[in-house]
Design a binder for this molecule. Structure first.
Ligand SMILES: [Fe+2]
Length: 186
């Protein structure tokens, strides 16, 4: 029995339609990926570390996600930023990171400064092996507060980050400083 090209095409369309939702990584998928990647001792050891600044290598994340292996010298951090509509996950592979985050959704546009209420700050310590995932519009800064130890972490975002908004902060006042696009960090 022969199968017509049209029938083959139709069956491929059906399988593509069925598999599409599975290929969109969830927060749980990203967290699973960063945990498994952080457990790859050879990969973690392969990252070049620089005492003067962060180092990074882009990784292939699951389902077309954007992933990074990042090295953090003592005393370095990201500054406050958000991740647009992407969800994400990260885990500390070596050393310890601290995350300060905001439990509030920021307005999308039309503002330059915001006064935060005093109940929105969250912080968590992430020693080696600890990580977290986050939903859309997550706002945070990540720091290596150690005086003498590098930290290494694995991060993943889906969809790949279209932009990052960067903020400065003075007490409760958050100020929008700049908007970065992928060409700024790739
Ligand atoms: Fe981030």
């Amino acid at each position: 029995m022969s199968v017509s090209p049209a029938a083959v095409a139709a069956s491929q369309q059906v399988s593509a339609a069925v598999s599409a939702p599975v290929s969109t990584p969830t927060q749980a998928d990203l967290l699973d990926f960063v945990r498994r990647t952080a457990a790859d001792a050879d990969l973690i050891a392969s990252l070049a570390l620089d005492p003067e600044g962060r180092t990074w290598v882009r990784l292939e994340g699951p389902g077309g996600s954007e992933a990074w292996l990042i090295g953090w010298p003592p005393g370095t951090g990201t500054g406050w930023h958000d991740h647009a509509d992407s969800v994400g996950a990260f885990v500390t592979a070596a050393g310890e990171l601290k995350e300060n985050s905001l439990a509030v959704r920021l307005p999308a546009d039309g503002w330059k400064t915001l006064e935060l209420t005093d109940d929105v700050d969250r912080e968590r310590r992430l020693p080696a092996g600890k990580g977290r995932s986050f939903g859309r519009h997550h706002v945070h800064e990540v720091l290596n507060e150690s005086a003498d130890q590098h930290a290494i972490s694995v991060h993943a975002y889906y969809p790949p980050l279209p932009q990052i908004r960067r903020f400065s902060r003075s007490g409760p006042i958050l100020r929008l400083e700049q908007v970065e696009r992928p060409e700024d960090w790739q």
